[in-house]
Design a protein around this ligand. Structure first.
Ligand code: AMP
Length: 286
């Protein structure tokens, strides 16, 4: 695996690969890699000939008072894990390469509507930060296909919308959420949890799953299910930000017809913010 810091070298390498007929896959990350990230790399390996991974803790997607400074940086371990996972190129740019004029003076990519709800409402500017950096990274790497995790459900929708609207011509693939044995979605932020908080954390996925079961069993009063989800999370020790049931296709409000639904939630647990979601298909009304 080559580790490259310079944009020009990444461009040269991936262009040469494409000229030789290789299909290039790209997995953008913020590092502190766990088996969720590695599942994306495994998918990339499966669908492409040349696998590029980036590690970049993107200042533009963190709000004021968020965890940008504390975000775990574990470069040596990450390099070893990626080498074993079969990545071909690891791109680790400096902030000054991605944002030569500074993050605040860089052209932004805003995804209206989808970027303003749920996590976007609670973290103003977050998704513009994500879309901007992913667009810059796509322009550097020039991938045929990019792989994202379903854990960040809204993020994937936003990336897909951006790719479509801006004609970026990158195929987007999604990999299912990798979880701990007790259901907690793997996340770099789980390392912030105290022992007590770690014991509470699986209740987030248990609450999502219980809601999914009620939908599958035919419950149709989604606002009641949402309220009950919020109450369970509060009672369990979280401060819930949102708990919503939406159409998985476009995050619109579900109607009465059968639909592939997604239950999405974000909570605060102490000073840590956790998000998760689960898919659920509502049965046909008899
Ligand atoms: P991050 O490093 O948190 O920005 O995540 C980089 C990529 O890994 C994103 O596409 C995430 O959705 C994905 N990812 C993070 N956690 C998981 C997980 N538990 N399972 C699957 N994918 C994940």
């Amino acid at each position: 695996m080559r580790i490259i810091n310079a944009i020009s070298e990444v461009r040269e390498t991936t262009s040469a690969q494409r000229r030789n007929g290789a299909r290039v896959a790209f997995v953008p990350t913020m590092g502190n890699l766990h088996s969720g990230h590695l599942a994306l790399v495994a998918k990339a390996r499966e669908v492409a000939d040349f696998v590029v991974v980036s590690i970049f803790v993107n200042p533009l997607q963190f709000g004021e008072g968020e965890d940008y400074a504390e975000y775990p940086r574990t470069q040596d371990e990450d390099c070893n894990a990626l080498e074993s996972a079969g990545a071909d190129l690891l791109f680790i740019p400096a902030i000054s390469q991605i944002y030569p004029k500074g993050p605040d003076r860089t052209t932004r990519v805003e995804v209206p509507e989808l970027g303003d709800i749920f996590c976007g409402a609670h973290r103003p500017g977050h998704f513009a930060g994500v879309a901007t950096v992913v667009c810059i990274l796509f322009n550097i790497v020039g991938p045929d296909v990019a792989i994202f995790g379903r854990k960040d459900f809204q993020q994937v929708m936003i990336i897909r919308r951006m790719v479509g609207d801006l004609c970026l011509g990158v195929e987007i693939l999604v990999v299912n959420t990798v979880r701990e044995g007790d259901g907690l979605a793997k996340s770099s932020r789980n390392g912030y949890l105290s022992m007590e908080e770690r014991a509470t954390a699986p209740l987030l996925y248990r609450t999502l799953s219980a809601t999914r079961e009620r939908i599958i069993a035919g419950a149709r009063d989604y606002s009641v299910l949402e309220l009950s989800g919020m109450q369970s999370l509060s009672a369990g020790g979280f401060i819930p930000e949102y708990f919503n049931i939406r159409c998985a296709r476009d995050l619109s409000l579900p109607g009465k017809e059968v639909a592939e639904l997604v239950v999405l939630a974000a909570v605060q647990l102490g000073s840590t913010r956790l998000i998760d979601n689960t898919l659920a298909t509502a049965p046909v009304n008899s």
